[in-house]
Design a protein around this ligand. Structure first.
Ligand code: ZN
Length: 323
């Protein structure tokens, strides 16, 4: 994600229910036919398709390095929104290979209107635009089996990583929960974790993937490029990256039982450090907010939903909002 000063840079679950039948009174061919159905049901128990949530950003897409790809005014933006779409489609294909049948995808970069809708299969639901209470995880709930992060980037607290930032490179220099600095992957995994859903995979550059795995746990990683500097990379081609993502998603969903949900202790202490002075000063006018430093504020959240709504407010509110 990335919001920059006004301009934004950045189920039906088909559960086949076993119908229990008592066949005692059934006779003749009808009984035999029903008996056959009953046996078939017992031998092939109703298979529940898996439900997968995909949160998609763009900085971690293969080849993306600068505003030329990441901003809608960039000369390569149109091409890269296509690559972002293709990486999400690759994750969907891989997850489908491993038994997923229901998908919700959140378009979580820039204006939230990057994914090319008509490229998606009809059974995919897409979350787009802002603001939304659960941010990059809007639409997640306890009915999902797994979460996948596509196109993710490292945090603003990391000295490496292509386009490393946390929610807004223009506004924030650190976000911490319960005293631990969090990348977007950490906050978003915590939201999923509160609903009991594990993050099974992340794709992005080597720094983003390592950061997420170190903080959250042993999820699968698809490293599609190596960070050289903030805006330079050694990258895979789009086709090679998509093949890796598909293969990783398939394997990750198969091993989902090995990954635990990432859960934060509640109540949660949220520390936000602003790039500038005045946002910290003004936020402290709210009675629920305390000042921790010249640029820092603290908010105690009862749960992750409250924390997420507060973060969304901090990064989205301006008195001049229209309409
Ligand atoms: Zn982004």
């Amino acid at each position: 994600m990335n919001h920059d000063s006004g301009v934004v840079l950045e189920t039906m679950r088909h559960e086949q229910r076993a119908v229990r039948r008592g066949g005692r009174v059934l006779l003749g061919c009808v009984a035999m036919a029903l008996g056959a159905i009953s046996i078939a049901s017992a031998q092939q128990p109703a298979r529940k398709g898996l439900k997968v949530y995909i949160s998609a950003d763009m900085e971690g897409v293969a080849g993306a390095v600068s505003a030329d790809q990441l901003l809608s005014t960039g000369f390569e933006y149109d091409r890269f929104r296509g690559y972002m779409t293709d990486e999400v489609l690759a994750a969907i294909s891989g997850a489908r290979d491993a038994g997923a049948t229901t998908f919700v995808v959140s378009d979580s970069h820039g204006n939230g209107e990057n994914l090319i809708l008509d490229r998606f299969p009809a059974d995919v639901t897409i979350i787009r635009s802002w603001p939304r209470p659960l941010g990059m995880m809007e639409g997640i709930d306890s009915t999902f089996d797994a979460v996948i992060f596509i196109g993710y980037h490292a945090s603003t607290s990391n000295s490496a990583g292509v386009r490393a930032h946390t929610f807004s490179s223009a506004l924030l220099t650190e976000v911490a929960v319960n005293g631990v600095a969090m990348p977007e992957s950490g906050i978003n995994a915590s939201i999923a974790g509160a609903f009991g859903v594990p993050v099974i995979m992340v794709s992005g550059d080597n720094v983003a993937v390592a950061e997420a795995q170190h903080l959250i746990g042993p999820m699968s990683g698809a490293v599609v490029k190596r960070a050289i500097s903030f805006e330079a990379t050694a990258t895979m081609t789009p086709a090679a990256a998509q093949a890796l993502i598909r293969q990783t998603a398939r394997a990750a969903l198969g091993r989902r039982g090995e990954v635990k949900p990432f859960v934060q202790r509640a109540p949660m202490q949220l520390d936000v450090t602003f790039k500038n002075y005045r946002p910290a000063e003004l936020m402290t006018y709210l009675p629920a907010v305390t000042r921790t430093s010249s640029h820092g504020i603290r908010f105690m959240a009862h749960d992750i939903v409250e924390l997420s709504r507060f973060l969304e407010f901090v990064t989205s509110y301006e008195a001049g909002l229209q309409p």
